[in-house]
Design a binder for this molecule. Sequence first.
Ligand SMILES: [Ca+2]
Length: 440
Amino acid sequence: MRILIVLLYFIIYQSSLAQTSPNVILIIADDMALGDISALNGGLSKTPNIDGLIEQGIWFENAYSASPVCAPARASLLTGLYPHSTGVVTLSMLKYPELTRIKKELPTMADIFKSNGYKTGLIGKWHSGLGNGYLPNDRGFDEFEGFLNYQYVPDYHNFDLNINGQDIHFSNEYLTEELSKRAIDFVNRHHDKPFFLHLAHYAPHRPLGAPEDRIKPYLDKGLAKETATVYAMIEIMDEGIGALLTELDRLGIRENTMIIFASDNGPDPMVAKRPNLGLNGTKYTVNEGGIKVPFVLQWNKLGSGSKSYPITFIDVLPSLMELCALEYELETPLDGTSFFKTLTRDKAIPQRPLYWQWNRYIPEYSHNAAVRLGAWKYVRPYVTKDIPKNVSDRPAQLYNLVSDPYEEKDLLEDHPKKAQELHQYLQQWTTLIESRRTKK
Ligand SMILES: [Ca+2]
């Protein structure tokens, strides 16, 4: 009888969660490291509002992007598929338009929210395709106020924004503050109906830049100029998030608004080397430092806590579909798994292999590829930043992330069977994902 009552409670609780059509604000920082969060770095940086979300929300201790670089990570987030299935496998939209746009036949997260009656908006970075039919307003976003690629932002104080198809130049504003202001305006205009807002900040992506008076306190702490600038950029983004949360409170919609904050990949090694919790690797590599990212989901109805099982960006869309009871007939089954039930019950997602691979241009799967299964991670190392022309002969590595989260001790020779098992997983995934990628 007790089991039945508990079960009924969960069914009623879950359906009441789903019936509310919560607003969703998905905030993504660009190239922000886990170690850039004040709560995790002993106060070296200043991120009180992100810290607050972590304290009040659900913190995913082992959250991963789907890629160590921007465009593939974002395509994955927006579709619930591995980057290779989306068609977005490299970075330059101008040089390789066909390798950097989400396939038209795939619905995006925005398409799905929109078809369920949500008002949808993207404020900030797109980087998921150029050309007719591939722009944000074509891909489910009712409103777009942002930049299509890096050419729009030669400087944080001197940039263009595309406002629903029209480019407008800004020379006396600071990009991050402008995006925060527009996000607040969006929730003001749409607070009386369900909305999905994707706020895709550029901070702290290069070109580094922030007002001198915001950099100075970090210089006074003895930090190098570049690191001080990155922390100032992040602090300004954090303030904007705080202002957005205050606005939700003022409008009386905080209770019914779910907020996700994450970063698209690890810190850029070209700028501002800074501590990242001791993780090995950076942006561009499939080592932990390249793909392990901040990820917090805050919604008052879900309470607070932390989850230790691994998730990746492919899990976000299926989870949001369940959390918001979104209906959509998907022709391509999603690669990700919903973590919805783990939030309302004390459970974990069943163990499954998770994959990463990236190189510039057409994928060469022997380069910079990894699979994680439980504690184990098998890595085919990063080779070169140039387009690979050959199969990599660099030896693979095997790590136990529970005993060695910093990937310091290669256990391949000690555990050849485990390495072989994971190698086979990676091979099977490669075959499947490449056939999907090249499917016409
Ligand atoms: Ca990025």
